[in-house]
Design a protein around this ligand. Structure first.
Ligand code: ZN
Length: 179
């Protein structure tokens, strides 16, 4: 199977796996819009043309948020892809606050590929929280979310200047909107 065929299969696989999920934002978009946006940011803002990274990007939340296993991903898409997905998968057995701290601690130790996926993930999530926040999130909570995102991204720098510049600009605009 060629790289493009594998990427399309991964996008379809992610759409099926996330089929019952909605994004947390007020307009409750289909969840798969998010991993597709992360791959889109990597390819078209970050200029990433490594298919293992792009395929892992569309799959990056399947292990964390659906019944998908790393073995399943390795068998279909290869060990490199499943490795990236695992690197960006939170341990859901931990309480949420601890998971958030772990993301900050782990960020500098990720591979270059996983760092770029995580950076695009943060761009997508923070854009959503600033333009289409979850219902019932007061301003303070949105600002806290951005502060935390910036602390994670501090550990992801040095691998993709285009994504970093995009992240910085997006955060600047979000803070401006919040006044
Ligand atoms: Zn994500």
């Amino acid at each position: 199977m060629n790289d493009l065929a594998k990427f399309v299969e991964a996008a379809s696989f992610a759409a099926k796996k996330h089929r019952y999920q909605k994004r947390k934002g007020d307009d409750a978009e289909p969840y798969v819009n998010h991993p597709l946006e992360v791959a889109n940011l990597l390819a078209n803002v970050g200029r990433v043309d490594d298919f293992d990274i792009l395929i892992a990007a569309v799959l990056h939340d399947t292990v964390e948020d659906t019944e998908t296993t790393a073995e399943e991903i390795a068998a279909r898409f290869g060990a490199v892809v499943s490795g990236y997905v695992l690197e960006v998968t939170d341990d859901k057995s931990l309480p949420k606050a601890e998971r958030k701290l772990k993301q900050i601690e782990h960020a500098p130790h990720l591979s270059a590929g996983a760092k770029q996926i995580k950076l695009a993930d943060k761009i997508s999530n923070i854009t959503d929280v600033s333009t289409n926040p979850p219902a019932g999130w007061p301003l303070e909570r949105r600002i806290e979310y951005i502060d935390w995102g910036e602390r994670v991204v501090a550990g992801l720098r040095g691998v993709n200047p285009y994504l970093e510049a995009h992240f910085d600009e997006m955060v600047r605009r979000a803070r401006e909107n919040f006044g």
